[in-house]
Write a protein that binds this ligand. Structure first.
Ligand code: SF4
Length: 311
């Protein structure tokens, strides 16, 4: 029976909400099916501080084996002594985390903050991810860190993580093989596709039938800040709550799975030069893009233009 332990650092709790909101299967069914013994999760356990203290000591000293360490939130390093802005009983959580990670069979960074530093890395708390700071390997544990199973930290970015991604990773690590990871140590299966792929607004993007105000069916890349063509994430491959995605519902993708998230410029706005976005879809050459988009807009079929203006 694999044991799991959920450790919260600088977090809003969004990834916990994702975990609790798992639908198919439900979290309870998932734990039963995989026979996971969740030793502690702050929203699931009610043993109080005394049992938590004892468990933490047992884990740190190796008396309690730990198969899966799940970390939510960025690691805070600032203040004196180091890490003093985020402590448990006066001890920096960063140090506790280093000890737990060294003993764990596998370490999973749940969400963008734990993966890359996320929102915390913008502030003054010297926050970092577990094995990355932004897109740079290193983070708290260092580039060479390997868990007891010989694996690097598995990053599951997202603000929050998609529940299906978390569920699939739990299935994978309860088996024997490390799933294929990309250069950012995120599972290739889920983070090898762009949000743009599968968006219901794709045809509008293709012909540059765009929206400059919310509420229409057009593409939001050119004016409304959509980062779908720049963001690797399965949001339009596996819908949220099996029903919808942000872009399908008319909200631009904010690129929350990317290491640089959150961006420095305003959301809901695309920085442009003469009506052409400064950042183009991944891997696209500017000169070709300008020529192609100009022709595509001229070739836009009436049905798309009309459908857009009806809304
Ligand atoms: S709204 Fe965003 S994800 Fe959808 S087609 Fe436009 S750029 Fe792509």
């Amino acid at each position: 029976m694999p044991t799991a332990f959920w450790f919260q650092c600088g977090a809003c709790g969004g990834d916990t909400m994702s975990l609790l909101g798992m639908e198919t299967p439900t979290l309870v069914d998932l734990f039963e099916e995989l026979k996971i013994n969740m030793l502690w999760h702050p929203s699931l356990n009610c043993g109080g501080h005394l049992s938590y203290d004892a468990l933490l000591q047992d884990l740190r000293q190796g008396r309690q084996p730990l198969d899966i360490l799940l970390v939510e939130g960025f690691v805070i390093n600032s203040s004196s002594p180091s890490g003093g802005f985020d402590t448990y009983k006066g001890e920096a959580k960063a140090s506790i985390l280093e000890e737990l990670a060294a003993r764990a069979g596998v370490v999973i960074a749940v969400g963008t903050c734990a993966s890359f530093g996320g929102i915390g890395k913008l502030g003054s708390v010297e926050a970092t991810g577990l094995q990355f700071f932004d897109k740079h390997p290193g983070g708290l544990l260092g580039e060479s860190f390997r868990s007891q199973r010989g694996w690097p930290v598995i990053n599951l970015p997202g603000c929050p993580v998609h529940p299906t991604v978390l569920k699939d990773m739990l299935f994978a690590v309860c088996g024997t093989n490390l799933p294929a990871l990309n250069a950012l140590q995120a599972p290739e299966d889920w983070f090898g596709v762009l949000v743009h792929q599968g968006c219901t607004r794709n045809e509008y993007h293709e012909f540059r039938v765009e929206d400059s105000d919310f509420g229409g069916p057009g593409c939001m890349f050119f004016h409304l800040g959509c980062r779908g063509p720049l963001t690797y994430s399965p949001c339009n491959k596996i819908l949220w709550n099996n029903r919808n995605s942000k872009t399908n519902a008319g909200v631009p993708c904010f690129g929350c799975t990317q290491p640089a998230f959150p961006q420095e410029h305003a959301f809901f706005h695309t920085p442009n030069i003469i009506d052409v976005p400064l950042e183009l879809p991944n891997g696209v050459d500017r000169a070709h893009y300008l020529a192609y988009k100009g022709m595509a807009a001229a070739a836009a079929p009436e049905r798309l233009i009309k459908r857009k203006s009806r809304v």
